[in-house]
Each structure stands twice: as structure tokens, then as C-alpha cells.
Design a protein around this ligand. Sequence first.
Ligand code: ACO
Length: 404
Amino acid sequence: IGPDVIDIRKLYGQTGMFTYDPGFLSTASCQSAITYIDGDKGELLYRGYPIEQLATKCDYLDTCYLLLKGQLPNTDQRGDFHKLVLQHTMVNEQMQFFLRGFRRDAHPMAVLTGLVGAMSAFYHDSTDINNPEHRDVAAIRLIAKMPTLVAMAYKYGKGEPYMYPQNNLSYAGNFLRMMFGTPCEEYKVNPVIERAMDRIFILHADHEQNASTSTVRLCGSSGTNPFAAISAGVACLWGPAHGGANEACLNMLEEIQRQGGIDKVGEFMEKVKDKNSGVKLMGFGHRVYKNYDPRAKLMQETCDEVLAELGLQNDPLFKLAKALEKIALEDDYFVSRKLYPNVDFYSGIVQRAIGIPVNLFTGIFALARTVGWIAQLNEMISDPEYKIGRPRQLFTGAPRRDVA
Ligand code: ACO
């Protein structure tokens, strides 16, 4: 046993022994060279690059290239990759009819799970997960079409006409226009909001073996098609303990605000600390970070910039969030459990200020995380030793018995 990875099969034999580790608290599910987190230091690296540098010096499509290919693009590669993604931003017109089958008040995550899964019924030339060319085309399609699908789900819910992509805009600018533009007038992209949107995408692009990524890997390990595997990731992300936390966090802030705002923060925190209440401080705590989530810091800065740009510096929810954070960082309950704000704590406030409805927050997360899911899926499938994921169990049911 040394500092390197231990091959348990060699130590114990292929099937001789297995571990029981509910929630994978201390079990690695794979080897990966994509994203590194030092939870104690609060450090996050994509392919070795600190998230702070990527968020300030690169854009989301550079980050996608990095995650997929292992290095940042040079100028030519950058231009080619941007062009390639933008060529694929339209979705098959039939998708509109599929979308129409949903109720207008359907949750966007339900719609997105369906739309992403349905892509395998539209793009037959990119469904063979074991074929690298199919995987490459599926990757570009998914990255390019996710903003279009998210915006379509939003417009459908509002009963407004869809906006086709406009490919002379940036990835984030195009998304903003598809969300907030109308066919009646030209949409002018605000560069501060565009940059903030792009940063939200970068910060959510990958996060090693979280629940949705592990779901994508497990699903893909059966040899299903890439669209089906990513759709499984979308479904998993929806949960409030994972990507759904940004929606849950904003709902929590709004509820505190309704009950009296800042004056009620102390009372709310007492409820959080009471284990019988079932109330959690949403947007706080993380399985891996036992220090400040670096994404939360960047998100807080973005929040400052966006609120200043929109003249919302006095936003009561932002003030509320800051007050909650201040109390939590000084309270023994949170300090002793190493509970710090995670990326979701401020992302909802930024998105709400931009005009994104609360029930679409997790859809934005899914859009951004798609590249991470694909990179992780590719890494798994490219490993010649990959096997179908098949956890074992400790059986606790009835022993064999006979029907009378
Ligand atoms: N509020 C209050 N108490 C908390 C919180 C919280 N947000 N998070 C953890 N705790 C407490 C737990 O009750 C537990 O207390 P105990 O030791 O007295 O039993 C202790 O801190 C450890 O927490 P666990 O739930 O065991 O930690 P785990 O790693 O299993 O869970 C999780 C991590 C799910 C993120 C949890 O912190 C949580 O539910 N947070 C709120 C939801 C959230 O923000 N999720 C987003 C995660 S980031 C992302 O997916 C993008």
C-alpha cells in the first residue's frame, strides 16, 4: 500500500471481498483525470487549472474544450470549436411537437429530462456510445442544443414564441436572447449579464463524481446511448440535495423574507439547528468541501456585479443571504460540522436578478453541467477496462422459504 491507487482485485481476488459504504462516503467509484477538488483547502481544478483563473480568463466554450480534450484551445482550435458548437444550436423542428405534449405548467426539469432523452430518437448518427465518432458528435450536439432546449422549455411555459438561435452571438449571449428576446424587437445583450451567465456556466461545468455524474457514468456503463445517459444525469440533478438546492435555497430566502426578513434570521437559524425540525440551511454544506466552496466566492462576486449593474444593490434577498452566512460562519453548529456556503447559496440570487424564474435554476445548472457529464462519460468509455457498474448489496430480507 503506497500513495498510488491500490488494485483491490489484486489484494483480495476478483470477488473475494467487498465493502459496504452507503452513500460512497469513502469509496472511489472510478479513476479520473478531469476535475480535482481539495475539500479541506477549498480548491477546485479543471484539468489542473484553478477555477478562479478559468472564471476570469476564459469563457465557457474554452472550458468545454478543456474538459473534453484535456487542454485549453489555441487560437485556431478555439475558433474552430466555437464555430462547430454554433453550427449545432438548432434543434429538430419535430422537437416542438414533442414539447407540446407537456402541460404548460410542467416543471422545466421534467420537460428537460424528456427533451434530452428524446434526442436519441432524432439523431440516429450519434447514438452508439462505443463509437468515438458518435460520441464526439453527440457531445457537440448536447453542448450546442442544451441552451436552445432550456430556452424552449421556458418560452413554452410562458406561452411565448420560441426564439431561434442567432449564431453571431456568444454562447451565453445567444442563450440570453433565446430566453428574453422576442420576435418583435431586436434584443441587445448586456455585456455584464452575458459575462455573469457565462461565469455561471463555467462554475457549474464539472465537479468530479457527484450524484448526477455518477448516475451518468452508471447509466452509460450499460452501453446505452449518450443522450439517454445525459438525460439520467438531468433527472438526478433535479433533487434538492443536489442541483435542486439552488431552487430550494431561493425558496427558503423568499419564505424568510415573507415571514419578516432579516429580523427573522435568528429564529430561522434556531430551527435549522433543531434536528427535529427537518429544516436545513439550503446552499450550505457539501460532501467534499469542508471549507468555503471556491465557486461560492466567485458567485458572490458575480452577484455583486450583477446587482450593481441592474441597480439592485439593496436586494433584500441578497442582504438576507449575507446575514445568514455571517451568522452561520460564527455559529458553533456550522463551524464544528465544517458547513460553508456552496455554489448554490448565491447562484439563485444572481439568476433571479437576471430574470430567470426560480423553477429554471436547476435547468441552467443542467445546461452547464452537460459538458462535465459528457467528459466523464467519454473518459469511462475510453478506458479499455471499463465494466458495467453493478454495486453489490448486503441482503437483509427473509431467508429462503416455501409458498404454502
Ligand atoms: N443545514 C443544516 N445542517 C446541515 C446542513 C445544512 N445545510 N448540511 C449538513 N448539515 C448537518 C447534518 O445534519 C449533519 O449533522 P449531524 O452530524 O449532527 O448528523 C452534518 O451536518 C453532516 O451532514 P451530512 O448530511 O451527513 O453530510 P452529507 O455529506 O451527507 O450531505 C449535503 C451533504 C447533502 C450537501 C448537505 O450538506 C445538505 O443537505 N445541504 C443542503 C442542500 C444543498 O445545499 N445541496 C447542494 C450541494 S452542492 C451541489 O450539489 C451543487
